[in-house]
Design a binder for this molecule. Structure first.
Ligand SMILES: [Ca+2]
Length: 108
């Protein structure tokens, strides 16, 4: 059984490849590398004046955002600087790659 397969009362649910905006994730997740790889941190609702967990400052390269959530990313600490809103995930943050220093997470 692969790591993405979920045993469920004797049945085995074979998971499809995760999509960028995957509502099977319960909360937004940020990743250090593109395509949802590398160190990651699950986000709760609220404001993060620094990037949480092991991902690090100026390191986020991809993000998953489930339906019903919005993640606003900021280039500087304390929710300052250039910002962008994500209501769907992205496997590559392009010009925001390795620039994020703080985040705001909301239910919408
Ligand atoms: Ca990175």
């Amino acid at each position: 059984m692969g790591s993405g397969d979920i045993p469920f009362f004797g049945y085995q649910l074979i998971s499809a490849p995760l999509q960028a905006n995957d509502n099977r994730v319960a909360a937004p997740v940020v990743f250090q590398d593109a395509d949802f790889k590398g160190a990651s941190a699950v986000l709760q609702e609220g404001s993060y004046n620094r990037v949480p967990g092991d991902v690090g400052d100026n390191a986020i390269s991809s993000i998953k955002v489930p339906l019903g959530w919005k993640v606003t990313v900021f280039a500087d600490y304390d929710l300052k600087g250039a910002s962008r809103e994500y209501t769907t995930g992205s496997g590559w943050l392009a010009d925001f790659n390795d620039t994020i220093s703080s985040l705001k997470v909301e239910r919408i």
